[in-house]
Design a binder for this molecule. Structure first.
Ligand code: NAD
Length: 496
């Protein structure tokens, strides 16, 4: 790939230039263009969906036995692993995450394909307890064309989480990656093709979500949308889906509380809080962005946390030692800066950070340092809205009752963290927190075998888990009559 080339995109089994505007994806660490491509056009959306529909009907994918579909998914996992380093470097350039993180995301994508291959070939359909002269069964069918709409913060891992279960379920998929991070989804399509996925079954449409994602969601042949992104976009998609009576899953924003109880192991808590908010430069839906610390520990804990945060290595994402890379774009950094200014205007104080770093690489890319605000209440805007950057708001709490009220006082309910040595206390608190995921004495750890999703404005539906494949299948009940006699109601004489 050279910078001069315009990259083709994958539409209905052919690689060609998109019909939309030419644009560059830029390396956030330097702001320099790193690849040019043409966005997809609305005609491309039509071609991709029609192609996917035809492939769904005629390629035989939906009819293949589960273990045969699984074989292709295992191959995809293998090819991702073979190209792991190349993919990780590409993703580093596409969205500026440090190389250590992009390696982990690529490994997670391979693991996701492997997991759903296994889920596919071991999925059981059931014979249900019969209550009459029949055998009753519950089986699952593919849905047809699935749209996978993904954000920019974790490319390839986000796509894998949707594409793997959707393909495992026998469907065709059209991916709409974030406009600014299209490269990994395109590479994934190449890999799927090489692994033997039938042509047309997977398309990738880079470009503007408000145009392409919207058209895809509205398309009558699209039977399901799996969306990860902002809450406002998610609600828009939910409205369209309601009109079509179409199932959707929505993985949306968060404003997750992390709680340090007065009996916490402070080394573990400091490390976990740091990782929870500052890894991925805070550009994570599950970022632990609201910190509640028991008042008796507040000062000593904050002193340790601040000192450790000040030591985090912000810089070149290609450097193995870097812990925080740049933010995704100039516009996003400005939005983070506006939130910090708002926090100060609301009466907050800066405990750390709050100013762009300067000099060398910092003058080119969209860097922002670890930032800690305090002196604010949970009701304030910076505590209620998702900043999606390396900004932590720290608050002391006096008792658990008040803590629970505040921790749950958010439109979002994606995740939460608790740090305590007392497992019974942590258990009781964990059950009272309203969140899709609660981590106890750890944070931001994931397993593809464990369901993930949010409550309230953080989303609808669940991804991952063995049964994640069923999100992409329609359940069907089958009854097999076993009676030698016609149904009695008709009153027919038999044996004539
Ligand atoms: P976004 O909502 O702006 O975009 C997400 C995707 O939707 C992109 O592909 C975009 O092009 C597309 N899109 C935009 N408008 C659309 C429309 N009208 N119709 C259909 N598609 C449309 O979000 P973003 O800025 O790319 O990502 C950041 C957000 O994603 C944050 O809020 C973050 O919390 C959330 N997120 C959630 C999870 C989760 O699992 N809960 C994971 C990662 C990110």
């Amino acid at each position: 790939m050279t910078l001069e080339q315009t990259l083709p995109i994958c539409i209905a089994g052919t690689w060609r230039l998109g019909g939309g505007e030419r644009y560059a994806t830029c390396y956030p660490a330097t702001g320099e263009p790193m690849a040019w491509l043409n966005a997809a056009s609305l005609d491309d959306v039509e071609a991709a969906v029609q192609g996917a529909h035809q492939a769904f009907l005629h390629s035989g994918w939906a009819q293949r036995k589960p273990h045969e579909r699984a074989t292709v998914l295992y191959r995809i996992a293998g090819l991702i692993r073979e190209r792991a380093e190349e993919l990780a470097q590409l993703q580093r350039q596409d969205n500026g995450k440090p190389i250590g993180e992009t390696r982990a995301l690529v490994a997670s994508a391979a693991g996701t394909f492997q997991f759903f291959a296994a889920a596919c070939e071991t999925l059981e359909e059931t014979i249900t307890p019969s209550r009459g002269d029949f055998v009753s069964m519950s089986v699952y069918e593919p849905m047809g064309v699935v749209a996978a709409i993904t954000p920019w913060n974790s490319p390839i891992a986000s796509e894998a989480q949707k594409v793997a279960p959707a393909l495992a379920g026998g469907n065709a998929v059209v991916i709409k990656p974030a406009e600014i991070t299209p490269l990994l989804a395109l590479q994934l399509a190449r890999i799927c093709e090489e692994a033997g996925l039938p042509k047309g079954l997977l398309s990738v449409l880079p470009g503007k979500g408000s145009v392409l994602g919207d058209a895809l969601t509205r398309h009558p042949l699209v039977k399901r949308v799996s969306f990860t992104g902002g809450t406002r976009t998610g609600k828009h998609i939910a409205h369209i889906a309601a009109d079509k009576m179409m199932p959707v899953s929505l993985e949306l924003g968060g404003k997750s509380p992390t709680i340090v109880l007065d009996d916490a192991d402070l080394d573990h808590a400091v490390a976990g809080v740091l990782y929870g908010i500052f890894s991925s430069s805070g550009e994570a839906c599950i970022a632990g962005s609201r910190l509640f610390v028991a008042r008796s520990l507040y000062e000593p804990f904050m002193a340790r946390l601040t000192a450790a945060a000040a030591q985090l290595r912000v810089g070149d994402p290609a450097d193995e030692r870097t812990q925080m890379g740049p933010l995704i774009s100039a516009a996003h950094r400005e939005s983070v800066e506006r939130y910090v200014a708002l926090g100060l205007a609301e009466g907050g104080r800066l405990r750390l950070g709050g100013e762009r770093p300067a000099g060398g690489v910092f003058d080119q890319g969209y860097f922002y340092p670890p930032t800690i605000l305090e002196g604010l209440g949970n009701h304030q805007q910076v505590c209620q809205e998702e900043i999606f950057g390396p900004v932590l708001v720290a608050m002391p709490f006096d008792n658990e009752e008040a803590l629970i009220t505040q921790a749950n006082d958010s439109l979002y309910a994606l995740a939460a963290g608790i740090w305590s040595r007392d497992y019974k206390r942590a258990w009781a608190l964990g059950r009272k927190l309203q969140a899709g995921t609660v981590w106890i004495n750890t944070y931001k750890q994931f397993s593809i075998s464990t369901p993930f999703g949010g409550w309230r404005d953080s989303g609808l539906g669940r991804e991952k888990g063995r049964l994640g494949i069923l999100q992409y299948m329609e359940q069907k009940s089958l009854y097999w009559g076993m009676n030698d006699q016609p149904l009695a109601w008709a009153g027919l004489e038999t044996g004539q």
